[in-house]
Write a protein that binds this ligand. Sequence first.
Ligand code: PMP
Length: 423
Amino acid sequence: MSTDARPHVRSQELHQRASRCTPGGVHSNVRLPGPRIFFERADGAWLRSVDGHDYVDYLLGQGPNFLGHAPAAVVEAVNEACRYGVIFGGQHEIEVQAAELVCETLGWPDMVRFGVSGTEAVQAAFRLARAATGRTKIVRFEGHYHGWLDNVLMAPDGDGWGTASAGQLASHLDDVVVLPWNDADRLAEVLAAGGDQVAAVIMEPVMINAGVIEPLPGYLERVRELCTSHGIVLIFDEVLSGFRLGLGGAAGRYGVTPDLATYAKALAAGWPVAALAGRADLMERFGTGEVNHSGTFNGSVVATAAVKASLERLRDDPPYAAVEEHGMALMAGIRELGETYGVPLRAAGLPAAFHVSFGDADVVDYRTLQQLDLARYEKLADRLVDNGVWVAPRGVWYVSACHGPGELDAALTRFGKTLTEWL
Ligand code: PMP
């Protein structure tokens, strides 16, 4: 467990115990890297470990805790909903309220289907796109993440992209075309040659998972035009960006409307809910039964109560300006620390999510991101955790509605201490 001077006796005991009954001691491989810390509880922007150490949280459970941990209004709504029962194999009015609220809040979609994970929502989108177009191919982009299933999990493989896991069927990637992102000319070229075989283009409209890279001006607009002219379904994967970049997510922020979009994470303040939203002519294919989308736990009372309470809170008391201000100040503070300590610390991206690394490069896509010293940051991230800043090695920092001046001060003081010890 890293070089942390603080005792982690209880965490270590629990990790050993966990490793005997759970592979790697974790329930998601995303949690395999990094220290095996067990937490007792979390409140707002703070985590407390079972050994009594506190952490200012900029990982936020990989994004979902946009309202901070245990937001009172959502906890209350969920507790109340638990008393009604959870799943009926039928419907409850809260589902309707939550679905209406999703469509109203986003502004553009006509309909929404709830599910449990972002991974599933992406698969449902592919199925709709293939059914609607009668085509098979999916265009996706280097570095974007769309879940852990066989047809979307990919890793760099020599000059191209291939399977990322043992046991993954390479044949499931046969219908997947991988292109560099932020390059509309390249997409235009590929679609000019074979656009009539492409069912969907899917992307994170801001590539948060790899480097928090924004679309270049005009890029999303051109992708939109290309998809329309080739009869291709444009899917925005807003699992991370949705309700985080503003009430309208990335589509609202950049003013480009997809045909379908996936949401999760900030949608329900940490409760496991995902959604696929889109135009009625596409979504209705689920309603007629032509396209299958199922799930025992979809749209449970508890899940939809969490969606409703989260979106009401975001609508009635929008945290976006404060989140942006905090993110800007934190990025500036990190850059200043770099200057003070004479290291090329880079903090870039959106204020609500940003990327920290070492180096200086014109980063516009996954390949240019590799010019940064990402490995050096991974080591720093371990030390930041040792000093009570909860971040992941991948360099993406998430800001919540609960991050204020106290958290800013704690984060920068602890970051400075880390650099003093490390350099
Ligand atoms: N799409 C994006 C953009 C994501 O960031 C993630 C998860 N990080 C997923 C899809 C998959 O979501 P889940 O982990 O809920 O299956």
